[in-house]
Design a binder for this molecule. Sequence first.
Ligand SMILES: CC(C)(COP(=O)(O)OP(=O)(O)OC[C@H]1O[C@@H](n2cnc3c(N)ncnc32)[C@H](O)[C@@H]1OP(=O)(O)O)[C@@H](O)C(=O)NCCC(=O)NCCS
Length: 190
Amino acid sequence: MNNDLIVVAVNHNIQRGLHYEVVFKGNNINSNFDDTSVSHLSEWIDTLGEESAKAQNLKQSITSYKKLIDERNDDKIYIIVKTDDYNDHNWIAVGFVRLGTKDLWFADRDNTNLRQFCNCFCILDFYVRNQRQGLGYFLISLVMKSVSTPAAQFAYDRPTKAMLTFLDKHFGLSRPLPQHNHFIIFENFF
Ligand SMILES: CC(C)(COP(=O)(O)OP(=O)(O)OC[C@H]1O[C@@H](n2cnc3c(N)ncnc32)[C@H](O)[C@@H]1OP(=O)(O)O)[C@@H](O)C(=O)NCCC(=O)NCCS
């Protein structure tokens, strides 16, 4: 099903500058994916970031190339790309997830204990252009595997209704614990 896709993970830091890595390559990919292909990176990120904001009814985009290359930003963006149907040297981006790590305070269901969690994996933005075709599950599963962390151990930043339904369907996460910091975690987090 995902044989014509590539997933690229992109991040930026002071030591290495902009760094990308192909973390998945489908069996049907014949064309080369190289530095020329990623010359569209900023355009891909900005376009998908804007589409995501629109899909979530946000006033403005929360994911952009400019934010990614900010020196204080340590996020990693996983982008799904595929070749254009008419030109297999032309790559188009069709979805992304932005992963970050944060130090956050979370309360349990009774709101009695407040504990700090350091370097907690967070899903900060997530969008797929052609929805409900399994692409979102494919992408987020890849991310979870790449950081060896199950869905219940992530914190989700302001998840949409679609995201909550998605997490319940694919990972059985049905009892959210909303937090004051706008993140949502699930019972098995603790
Ligand atoms: C959330 C999202 C990334 C999931 O990706 P996806 O490729 O659509 O998800 P999958 O095809 O792997 O899984 C589909 C399941 O997700 C849930 N889902 C997806 N879109 C939904 C929607 N509009 N309403 C309710 N549930 C939805 C459902 O459980 C669905 O299963 P169903 O079709 O049998 O009802 C995608 O729907 C999206 O981009 N939505 C708009 C932006 C958004 O809400 N982002 C989340 C930010 S936290």
